[in-house]
Design a protein around this ligand. Structure first.
Ligand code: MRU
Length: 329
């Protein structure tokens, strides 16, 4: 399986996701500032992956005797929506500077274990589901390895379940078309690429048994921020009574956000809407590019966590766990 992040002792190395699948090139970040640039520039993306990357960048600053406060500020500001970034830095803050590299490595390892646990719980939900709809990229590239909702699909396929994935291309940054399709193809999991616009048609025609998405921040009431287009899929799934599952490592839960209205939504360069890479297909007109949207909790059938499946309504019966800080340790 593809790897997105590796730590070499004096640098964090990232596969350049901007170039995939055409080219597999690695970028080396030797300082926290370069790590923050890579996160902001989408070399690495996906909520758990940017948390892990930021942790390594922060640990490097401590090891190098650099200005740790400045490193923290730069990393925290690199992308605003995914809460995993803050979660990872706060976790490192709880250990002395000389132990931060080890802590970042532990966080990386644990993310894979969390994903495998979500995979087990989520795969059990898919008993009767064959045709699954996926949005954005939630796989090995978006995490420390395996993936969240793509991890659930991987686990289902690994256990011998016959699955087929509709891969939504995910305009404008094409994480589905470029990254998810590539990961699924490498694993030999049957999949078909569709435009985001095809989702209603597919659901209306009975061709989708379940929708699986990841998340970047889940508020205390279950409102779920994820890649732009997720809300549209949730509305459609509700219309056709199709299960809508959010795969949520509890590191993505933000108890300080009471509901979705307080989740910051990143706005990206309008040029991403007017074209892609060097290509421009729109005239030089105003364009608006919110990178995420918020799905109200009432549209989510269940949240798949590393601790089990939390069915709607949110929070689940083990709310004491959430009150305890939502920590995975
Ligand atoms: O802008 P991106 O590519 O970082 O957005 C990623 C997503 O929205 C994912 O669905 C989310 O981070 C969960 S990844 C396991």
């Amino acid at each position: 399986m593809v790897e997105a992040i590796r730590f070499t002792g004096d640098a964090v190395e990232l596969i350049d996701q901007r170039l995939l699948p055409a080219q597999e090139r690695w970028i080396r970040c030797e300082t926290a500032a370069l790590t923050a640039d890579a996160i902001r520039g989408m070399v690495v993306r996906g909520a758990p992956a940017i948390g892990i990357t930021a942790a390594y960048g922060y640990a490097l600053a401590a090891r190098q005797g650099a200005d740790v406060e400045e490193a923290r500020r730069l990393l925290l500001a690199s992308r605003p929506t995914a809460t995993n970034l803050r979660w990872a830095l706060e976790r490192l803050d709880r250990v002395p500077p000389e132990r931060r590299v080890e802590e970042a490595k532990a966080l990386h390892r644990e993310d894979v274990a969390v994903n495998k646990a979500m995979g087990r719980h989520g795969a059990a939900l898919l008993e009767d589901a064959h045709d699954l709809y996926s949005h954005c990229n939630t796989g090995a590239l978006a995490t420390g390895g395996w993936g969240t909702s793509l991890g659930v699909i991987r686990s289902a396929a690994e256990s011998g379940r016959r699955v087929h994935v509709w891969v939504g291309e995910t305009r404008p940054y094409l994480q589905g078309a470029r990254l998810t399709a590539w990961e699924l193809q490498q694993d030999g999991i049957p999949c078909t690429l569709v435009t985001d616009n095809a989702a209603a048609f597919l659901m209306g025609a009975g061709k989708v048994d379940a929708v699986l998405v990841g998340c970047d921040r889940v508020a205390a009431n279950g409102d779920t921020a994820n890649k732009i287009g997720t809300l549209a899929l949730a509305v459609l799934a509700a219309r056709w009574e199709i299960p809508f599952y959010v795969c949520m490592p509890t590191s993505t839960l933000d108890r300080d956000c009471l509901d979705g209205t307080s989740i910051p939504i990143e706005e990206r360069d309008p040029d991403e809407v007017r074209g892609f890479g060097d290509q421009r297909w729109a005239a030089d007109i105003p364009a608006y590019n919110p990178a995420f949207d918020v799905t109200p909790a009432e549209l989510v059938t269940a949240w798949v966590t590393e601790f089990g499946v939390w069915r709607s309504p949110f929070p689940p019966a083990n709310a004491a766990f959430i009150a305890d800080g939502g920590t995975t340790r």
